[in-house]
Design a binder for this molecule. Structure first.
Ligand SMILES: [Zn+2]
Length: 106
């Protein structure tokens, strides 16, 4: 099944330690119900110079994937956290739709 979230969707965190934060989906982890969200589920990582492409040794903040069940998409039309419905368009393609305002997701 295709993930209900897509890259560049804005989401609200509804569970876990980042509850209440908003961010943009940066990457969907295929095969898992997980996505990377900008600024959410950050961990500090200690890097040595040269490790993982780091130019300098130090501590960096890095996003870790978060379960999509802990996220709620924010509708681009009504700017509210919402559930996603699906609508089949005339040409047969399935489009994501906001269940609150029936606005289309991109
Ligand atoms: Zn809406």
């Amino acid at each position: 099944m295709a993930s209900r979230l897509k890259k560049d969707d804005e989401v609200l965190v509804i569970a876990g330690r980042d509850k209440g934060k908003r961010g943009k989906v940066q990457r969907v982890i295929s095969g898992k119900e997980q996505v990377l969200v900008e600024g959410v589920n950050m961990v500090k990582r200690h890097l040595r110079a040269g490790a993982e492409g780091a130019r300098q040794a130090g501590i960096i903040d890095k996003e870790m994937p978060i379960q999509t069940s802990k996220l709620m998409p924010i509708c681009p039309s009504c700017s509210k956290p919402t559930r996603i419905g699906y609508q089949v368009l005339k040409d047969g393609t399935k489009s994501r739709m906001c269940k609150k305002c029936e606005g289309m997701f991109s």
